[in-house]
Write a protein that binds this ligand. Structure first.
Ligand code: FAD
Length: 345
């Protein structure tokens, strides 16, 4: 039977007694699990081993039951499944209401979610409703000895320093986590776990916002955030049509095309391709920075890439300080030569 929970008022005076283990928000859209969910499970298991608590995944959606097995195989002991038509498409209000209600009842110690568009949109709302702290965009966790409070590390000041943040006496301990930073576990299909279907009266209330339709963005074949290879271009490209050169290289390597804000502001490529402080954060295995100077605001979005190749005509360009390979020269000579080599090999 479903666990049926009565509605409570926002700001209820019930005491929060953290005992519900570590939760990760399992993000799915259109029945497809976001890769960050499994990364969160990997990290949650590591923390849970030290805290001696169970790990639960919270899955919202409609007719998404079949995703529960993957969460258990990925490390969840329990999956709270809130299956409701209202949760079929992402809308902040019902998502926030549902996670808040569930957390009030089950009182987890920790809630982790991906620092994705979705997580960034509704998790702060949940933290506010639960009257607790939240650290956004974390890249590492540890536990404070004795208290088991979460030590939350995240880049600060444009990535120039790493800050470790602690929110004392504030439960649940909440954080969003940058995708592609934490390590997922190998899927183990015989792992034991329980699926707990949950009905929430909170979802029956009227909400101020409602879902009308999805206007899908024009996506490249491989989403930037998931590409293993990214070929990024900056102002050095001189013209929007020169992005074709980068596309050709990206296609050959099965990668995606990224850009600096300078290139986006010039109208050469759409904002979806922007990497950096005000764009996407990426960490591919291989990153080509072509005609990119290496401004701090760009570096924060790509510096955790495994291997960085920089092509720039200016030997003093700051990008060379973080590049694994630096090619000093004209990209309009170097890239066609690279393309030729790859085609020949
Ligand atoms: P430039 O700095 O102009 O560099 C162009 C480079 O191309 C130069 O190094 C030049 O030597 C090289 N070059 C020129 N011709 C060639 C050639 N033929 N072959 C090889 N190399 C050549 N920027 C981002 O990217 N992402 C962000 O999210 C972002 N957010 C920002 C947020 C704020 C609040 C602010 C203030 C700035 C932000 N910026 C961001 C802008 C950032 O500060 C830089 O201005 C921008 O990254 C520079 O882009 P660029 O490297 O393409 O251009």
């Amino acid at each position: 039977g479903a666990l049926s929970l009565p509605a409570t008022e926002a700001g209820s005076s019930e005491v929060y007694r953290p005992h519900g283990g570590i939760w990760i928000f399992a993000e799915q859209r259109g029945g497809r699990m976001a890769p960050v969910s499994l990364e969160l499970l990997g990290e949650a298991r590591r923390l849970a081993a030290r805290m001696q608590v169970p790990v639960a995944a919270v899955l919202f959606g409609h007719q998404v039951q079949e995703l529960t097995a993957g969460l258990i195989a990925g490390g969840a002991d329990k999956v709270y499944l809130v299956d409701h038509p209202r949760l079929a498409d992402f809308v902040e209000e019902p998502y926030a209401a549902a996670l808040t209600a569930l957390a009030r009842r089950e009182q987890p110690e920790i809630i982790l979610a991906g620092a994705t568009y979705l997580g960034r949109a509704f998790i702060p709302r949940v933290a506010a409703l639960l009257d607790t702290g939240l650290t956004a965009d974390c890249t590492a966790f540890d536990l404070e000895t004795e208290t088991n409070l979460l030590l939350q590390t995240r880049p600060a000041f444009g990535g120039n320093i790493m800050a470790t943040i602690l929110t004392p006496r504030s439960y649940p301990q909440m954080a969003t986590v940058r995708p592609r930073v934490m390590k997922k576990l190998a899927l183990q299909s015989d792992r034991e776990g329980t699926v707990i279907p949950v009905r929430l009266e909170e979802l029956e209330q009227p909400f101020r916002s409602r879902f009308l339709e999805t206007v899908s963005e024009i996506t490249e074949a491989i989403p930037l955030g998931e590409a293993e290879v990214i070929v990024a271009g900056g102002r050095g490209l001189q013209d929007g049509k020169n992005f074709q050169l980068l596309e050709e290289l990206a296609d050959l390597l099965g990668g995606a095309v990224g850009a600096t804000r300078a290139a986006v502001d010039a109208g050469w490529i759409s904002y979806q391709h922007q990497i950096g402080q005000t764009g996407k954060t990426v960490a591919p295995r291989l990153y080509f920075a072509c005609g990119i100077s290496g401004a701090a605001q760009h570096l924060v979005g790509m510096q955790s890439s495994d291997f960085i190749v920089a092509i720039n005509s200016d030997p003093q360009a700051p990008i060379f300080q973080i590049a694994d390979i630096g090619l000093v020269g004209d990209m309009f000579e170097i890239i066609p030569a690279l393309i030729q080599q790859i085609k020949a090999s």
